[in-house]
Design a protein around this ligand. Structure first.
Ligand code: NAP
Length: 302
């Protein structure tokens, strides 16, 4: 039987509708408008497109949102000053510096300069620590892992007691999602294994997974025979494997492939995310959710 497709596009749209209502209510009842600043250094085309998408979504949700474009040659000191300005701006609740930034600037210094209470990407060491502690301590969850957790929960998969295997241990996906799912509480309480290039028998671990989360960045790394029948498969990988002409626009677009062989895996899995249209649409949505949370925190609203 073919797996149920977990549509990130649909679930993200649902969450955005919920956020839109929440933003309207915050405005009406409390006079609060969530504020998001995106800082872009240089003109890297992929970064321009990511930042444009974030701004567009923020506008649609009714945020106060600003785009701050800075030249490629901005000094580290000036970028840090700019962050400090937004740290002290009460209209701004979320600060996002689009990565990557030019090599002459220390990325760590920049991310660490953001006030942790406005760090809606949740990359600041304080927020990483809060996530490790879990419970009420975690103010913001990093966007891609938060999106993955929502996809699992909203598609009705029980995480409590489940065997979860995470392929990949990056700071932005693998490590945080593993930490989130092992916490005690709703949408978590799982038994989590993290596998990586040092793992001896990747296949054996994957085969045990009730929930398999793959974030390796290797096209079709996970073979269909590695999947436990009925498992929930979350494919985070987005790999460009070529280009094609879009039927819709006539423009050249990248051919994207996930880390899981989708067509074959869907005959074995119970549910699976497609690429594109799975985890991708959730990431921006969770950034918006964090900004709303930050605005509420700043106003002392639970
Ligand atoms: P990353 O920093 O390159 O980390 C990849 C991880 O996978 C590493 O821990 C690596 O192990 C492990 N790995 C790589 N090849 C492996 C193999 N053959 N066997 C076992 N483990 C292997 O990547 P990332 O930033 O986490 O991203 C992963 C993928 O997700 C990429 O395709 C990226 O584009 C995509 N992504 C998508 C979104 C989204 O919103 N949809 C967001 C973020 C990332 P070692 O640590 O041992 O090297």
């Amino acid at each position: 039987m073919s797996a149920r497709i977990i549509s990130g596009t649909e679930i993200a749209a649902q969450i955005r509708e919920e956020l839109k209502k929440e933003v309207a209510e915050l405005k009406e009842k409390h006079g609060i408008v969530p504020g998001l600043i995106t800082i872009l250094v240089g003109k890297n085309p992929a970064s321009v497109s990511y930042v444009t998408g974030k701004q567009k979504t923020a506008h649609e949700l009714g945020f106060y949102s600003l785009q701050d474009d800075q030249p490629e040659n901005i000094s580290e000191a000036d970028l840090l000053k700019l962050i400090d300005k937004y740290n002290n701006d009460p209209k701004i609740h979320g600060i996002l510096v689009q990565l990557p930034i030019p090599k002459h600037i220390d990325e760590k210094k920049v991310l660490n300069a953001i006030n942790p209470d406005k760090d809606v990407d949740a990359f600041h060491p304080v927020n990483v620590g809060r996530l490790m502690i879990g419970g009420d301590e975690a103010k913001f969850l990093p966007c891609t892992p938060a999106g993955i957790q929502e996809l699992i929960m909203r598609s009705g998969f029980e995480t409590s007691g489940a065997e979860v295997v995470v392929v990949g241990r990056s700071n932005i996906v693998g490590k945080p999602i593993a930490n989130m799912l092992l916490q005690k509480g709703k949408g978590a309480n799982a038994t989590v294994t993290v596998v990586h290039t040092g793992t001896k028998n990747l296949e054996a671990h994957c085969k045990r997974a009730d929930i398999l989360i793959v974030a390796a960045g290797v096209p079709h790394l996970v073979k269909p025979e590695w999947i436990k029948p009925g498992a929930c498969v979350i494919d985070v990988g987005v790999n460009r494997v070529g280009e094609k002409i879009s039927e819709k626009t006539g423009k050249t677009v990248p051919i994207l492939r996930g880390d899981v062989d989708f067509d074959a895996a869907k005959e074995i899995a119970g549910a699976i995310t497609p690429v594109p249209g799975g985890v991708g649409p959730m990431t921006i949505t969770m950034l918006m959710k964090n900004t709303v949370t930050s605005a509420k925190m700043a106003a002392g609203i639970k």
